[in-house]
Design a protein around this ligand. Structure first.
Ligand code: HEM
Length: 501
């Protein structure tokens, strides 16, 4: 019988999410599995469990409140941001990593999509083919084409704190300067600066809608879905899979590198708002309206369902109201069926029971520099930027993989609507991009007219599926206990045979 969930057993990023300005993703291969399993005992104390992450977050909130300083900036006062050192570490293994570790014969999660790895899933996810006309090879960064056995996630307040912690992690996994792992790549994400903090690179506030977990989150906000623990944690109520006992309280982490073509997206919004005769109220900006309809929220986070004609920044930041809505099932006047947030959470279009099994916890972070003035003038991306997407789910056929393939890439979803909805304009992928993707309903006054989405502004450059085990499984199943010589049964001190006279 499964015992009650203890937050001390679950890795902190899953249920709580790290406080972060910066996050390092250290992807590695296991060179020496025996040495790695022995050294894992040194690493486990560095891993942050959920209860510790909750405590740290509360502490930071308190300190921020205590050190809150209102600074006069000439035209009024602003709250001066204060930083406190904080850092969290988690670890997760790919299917090939679990096989390499061989802590039991053939350690599989029995989640076919996980067990096959993301490379096998790339074609169906709609990722670009680097070999057009020949066998499918995803157009990914070389690092992700290699076997990756695991990832260490280190999130914190600064590059300084996170890099120091990465050095500690590496030291814990080596003996006499010989490491049991080989680095494949280290990627660094960072929150955007200043007033763009919390916004992804297209400019929209992110991280607003997350489900609450039954028995974990005490505060449920208006409109927030409450899901069973097993939608995220393996082996818990609501997990529809068939995972082995060692997977209990672990979660599947989907990592995707998603570069975003920001200047090109902005150019498209400007030109299409003009050419598609979107009805623009006086003083409003057509590109802003079109962008909001593509995402389903304004840049401030205000949902277009509640604020269809103009942004409402007060609504955007008000957590009591910014999720308190359902889509009107047969209408896309206020929000297109294809809008990113409607595709990903079609609240009001489908029964809550169906949606709730498919909700994910999102823990991504932007990467790359701000758009330069030259990129703005030329409307061309010169510096790579985007989102390191991270989601947690107990099951990929319900979570990330399903959402990407069956909802974002499926022009017929949501079904049984008066019109075909088209692709999710933000992340929907079309295997063959010619002719380009289309969506319906971008124009609220002519909801049946299609709009050509001339390019794909988000193209995945790779990723992997990982399993983030519980702390007891890391400690007691995957880590090898240090070799101890049992005392002799007769109570005498053990003396090796070569020393016996
Ligand atoms: C560069 C790529 C992406 C961008 C720019 C992006 C942007 C956004 C934004 C601005 C929101 C609204 C804020 C919020 O509700 O937190 C959002 C929500 C969401 N996104 Fe994405 N996203 C991206 C990739 C993905 C992917 C790959 C998935 C999953 C396949 C996904 C799933 C979701 C979900 C589930 C929501 C919450 C919907 C809701 O509950 O209302 N996103 N995204």
């Amino acid at each position: 019988m499964t015992t009650e969930l203890s937050l001390a057993n679950v890795q902190g990023d899953i249920l709580v999410g790290f406080s972060k300005k910066v996050e390092l993703f250290y992807f590695f291969q296991i060179d020496n599995a025996d040495a790695f399993r022995a050294q894992l005992t040194n690493l486990v104390p560095l891993i942050s469990p959920a209860d510790k992450t909750i405590g740290e977050k509360a502490e930071i909130r308190k300190k921020k409140e205590e050190h809150r300083q209102n600074v006069d900036v000439g035209y009024g006062t602003v709250i001066k941001p204060v930083h406190f050192p904080v850092v969290g570490v988690n670890i997760a293994f790919s299917a090939t990593g679990l096989q390499k570790l061989q802590f039991i014969d053939n350690p599989k999660l029995n989640d076919v999509i996980f067990d096959n790895g993301m490379k096998q899933d790339a074609k169906e996810l709609g990722d670009n083919n680097a070999n057009p006309g020949a066998d499918f090879k995803p157009d990914w960064d070389p690092a992700f084409l290699q076997d990756i056995h695991g990832v260490v996630l280190i999130a914190g307040d600064s590059f300084d704190t996170t890099s120091k912690k990465l050095a500690d992690v590496k030291a814990s996994l080596s003996t006499n300067s010989v490491s049991s792992i080989i680095e494949v790549a280290t990627l660094a994400g960072d929150v955007r600066p200043g007033e763009n903090s919390g916004h992804e690179h297209f400019g929209y506030l992110d991280g607003i809608s997350q489900p609450a977990i039954d028995g974990v989150d005490e505060k449920i906000l208006p409109g927030q879905a409450k899901i069973n623990q097993g939608v995220v944690l393996l082996g818990r109520k609501g997990d529809t899979g068939n995972s082995p006992p060692w997977a209990l309280d672990g979660s599947i982490l989907a990592f995707r590198k998603l570069p975003q073509k920001v200047p090109e997206f902005e150019k498209f919004l400007l030109e299409s708002a003009k050419s598609s005769n979107i009805d623009i109220p006086d003083g409003a900006n057509g590109a802003d309206i079109l962008g909001a309809r593509l995402v389903g929220r304004w840049k401030s986070g205000a949902p277009v369902r509640l604020a269809p004609l103009a942004d409402d920044p007060e609504l955007g930041k008000d957590e009591q109201r910014n999720n308190k809505f359902k889509f009107s099932s047969n209408s896309q006047r206020s929000c297109p069926f294809a809008a990113h947030v409607r595709k990903m959470n079609p609240r009001g279009d489908l029964d809550a029971e169906i949606i709730n099994e498919r909700l994910i916890l999102r823990r991504g972070i932007p990467f790359g520099p701000e758009v330069t003035s030259e990129e703005k003038i030329t409307n061309k991306t010169q510096n790579e930027r985007g989102l390191y997407f991270v989601s947690y789910q107990s099951n990929l056929a319900n979570g990330f993989s399903f959402l990407q393939k069956s909802w974002a890439n499926n022009e017929k979803f949501p079904v049984e609507k008066p019109f075909l909805s088209g692709f999710d304009p933000i992340i929907g992928q079309k295997v063959d991009q010619s002719p380009p993707r289309e969506m319906i309903g971008a124009n609220g006054d002519n909801v049946s007219s299609p709009m050509k989405l001339e390019a794909q502004w988000v193209n995945s450059k790779g990723g992997e599926y990982f399993f983030s085990p519980s702390i007891p499984t890391l400690k007691n199943v995957i880590a090898k206990p240090p070799v101890t010589i049992p005392p002799p049964a007769n109570g005498y001190t053990y003396c090796p045979p070569e020393h016996q006279g």
